[in-house]
Design a protein around this ligand. Structure first.
Ligand SMILES: O=C(O)CC1=CCC(=O)O1
Length: 96
């Protein structure tokens, strides 16, 4: 199943810079691992915001839930999820 996920990061202003850098490094490694596995298909920065829009390709909503809960930045994120289905005009074979 494909899901569109929007994540907005709100790191507390009083978090030490080193702590924030450590969490961001873990987040990057986790994200890139999932991208290598094909579960995190796309990630885009939303221009002008500390937000991204991502496409996940997972078995079901429970798998997505577990992947999102394990994000190192999860405690500092607002997350919105939309389930996607194939558009009848799509020419891409992997849109399902
Ligand atoms: O910077 C972000 O948008 C949060 C994030 C998600 C995966 C990643 O590497 O950073």
């Amino acid at each position: 199943m494909l899901f569109k996920v929007e994540m907005t990061v709100n790191i507390p202003l009083d978090m030490p810079v080193e702590t924030a850098a450590e969490i961001k490094a873990k987040e990057k490694a986790y994200s890139q691992q999932l991208q290598q596995e094909g579960k995190w298909r796309h990630i885009w920065r939303i221009a002008g915001l500390y937000s991204n829009v991502s496409i996940f390709d997972v078995k079901d909503a429970e798998e997505l839930h577990n992947l999102l809960m394990a994000l190192p930045l999860y405690p500092y994120m607002d997350i919105n999820v939309d389930a996607l289905c194939r558009h009848p005009s799509s020419i891409r074979n992997d849109d399902k």
